[in-house]
Design a protein. Sequence first.
Length: 195
Amino acid sequence: MGVELWLVRHGETEWSLSGAHTSTTDIALTDHGRKRAEELREYLKDTSFAKVFVSPAQRARETCQIAGFGAQATPANDLREWNYGEAEGKTTKEMRAQYGPTWSVWNNQLLGGETVQEVGRRADHVIQQASEGTKDGDKVALFAHAHILRILAARWVGLEALAGKRFALGTGTVSVLGWERENAVITHWNRGFEA
């Protein structure tokens, strides 16, 4: 047994709504994204976290604050979203028009960005940080972004970082990584809220 990681994806932004890749561009939540963060507050109000980490991006910090954990949160640079390089601000459709119909962040080199393995190493570091100084059953909240959290989940269960492509994750959702006896498992995934 060990720590539980509660993965909280930030609420909706204009770019998450349009499908544009968003890593280094620091944009705010939409009104709907803020509403989802309020629903997160209601959902998490009776949950006590030993630690709370938040990506330095505005959309994650705003979600964390509205959800009621801003005062407890520690900024974690390793929780920033995958650096998409040239794909920043572009949709998959736009990238496929340029590079062909099978282009994907998961399968193609991102010029000026990170590799999936580099993001995986950051995820491993977050898991290590979250686990340090905790006791069995402690809960740690991670407020961050879709791809970094998907990769983190893959690494938690012992898969390569690329396996994160198998875990869809909506905006304003909660997922829990925990334990079944000595096995690291995904306890809950992509828990959403009514629109």
